[in-house]
Write a protein that binds this ligand. Structure first.
Ligand code: COA
Length: 254
């Protein structure tokens, strides 16, 4: 099995790249597990950068071909794995920057949401698009999105499955800044190196304290979301939504 995740390190900055470009870096189990293992190698990094391989995608989401046949129990296991990885990013002692270099849909948007900072290239498109597959965000999206962009914008995105270009995403605060595609690497590199020069324990404390703002109710919300999400794998709309995607046709929901 190919690893589908690479890591490079320069001066305390670990760059983790999800590398499955033929599927627009969609996260199948193999890739999620590789990401989990790769995050082990970032534990002593001062800054982590997360990005996707190729010109087109950060991560086009959880793998729909894999998900479409999941039972409720299997969906719960997949949700657990996705949550574990998003939690690792959110709780990492180092700041994590998402370099959003293209499509960031569904689980891809949720990975970006679990990072501390999001820098997008002009060609990026972001969305919690799960509704059109007959499900809802299941890797923390309902909770983290709402906290980041506010309730109204989150409802719009989640209910309509809107796909926002980078500028629209910046307007609602979903990404912090938008840069020309060719400049993304250098802008992120500069930001990462600035952060790497800050006092690491103070930075870790700042992150931990800022994370506390969302503690308590969020963990209950995340558990709630996991149960709801996996429960949808018993519905006809989930099967239809995902089968339609794989068969390249419009879904016919009940
Ligand atoms: N899961 C599995 N495979 C995916 C995928 C996903 N989330 N997103 C894209 N792919 C695959 C496609 O099936 C296709 O594979 P193929 O070449 O074997 O047919 C390949 O990636 C390229 O995608 P394609 O749809 O042909 O490219 P496009 O440029 O026309 O469209 C997107 C790109 C991202 C707009 C489109 O692929 C899309 O809408 N993907 C689903 C996004 C989504 O809903 N994600 C949330 C999942 S929770």
């Amino acid at each position: 099995m190919p690893e589908n995740v690479t890591i490079s390190r320069i001066d305390g900055v670990a760059t983790v790249t999800i590398d499955r470009p033929d599927s627009l870096n969609a996260l199948n189990v193999n890739t999620l597990e590789a990401l989990d293992r790769t995050l082990d190698e970032t534990e002593d990094a001062r800054v982590v950068v997360l990005t996707g391989a190729g010109e087109d995608a950060f991560v086009a989401g959880a793998d729909i071909g894999y998900m479409k046949g999941l039972s409720v129990e299997e969906a719960m296991e997949y949700a657990e794995l996705g949550h574990e990885i998003c939690d690792r990013l959110a709780d990492h002692s180092a700041p994590v920057i998402a370099a959003v270099n293209g499509y960031a849909f569904g689980g891809g948007c949720e990975l970006a949401l679990a990072c501390d900072l999001r820098v997008a290239s002009e060609n990026a498109v972001l969305g919690q698009t799960e509704i059109d597959l007959g499900i809802v965000p299941g890797w923390g999206g309902t909770q983290r999105l709402s906290r980041l962009v506010g309730d109204a914008a989150a409802r719009r995105m989640v209910f309509l499955g809107e796909r926002l270009d980078a500028e629209a995403a910046a307007e609602i605060g979903l990404v912090g800044e938008v840069v020309p595609q060719d400049d993304l690497d250098s802008v992120v590199e500069e930001m990462a190196h600035q952060l790497a020069e800050k006092p690491r324990f103070a930075l870790a404390a700042a992150k931990e304290a800022l994370n506390q703002v969302h503690e308590g109710p969020q963990s209950a919300g995340l558990d709630y979301e996991k149960r709801l999400w996996s429960g949808l794998f018993g519905t006809a709309d989930q099967r239809e939504g995902m089968e339609a995607f794989v068969e390249k046709r419009d879904p016919d929901f009940e």
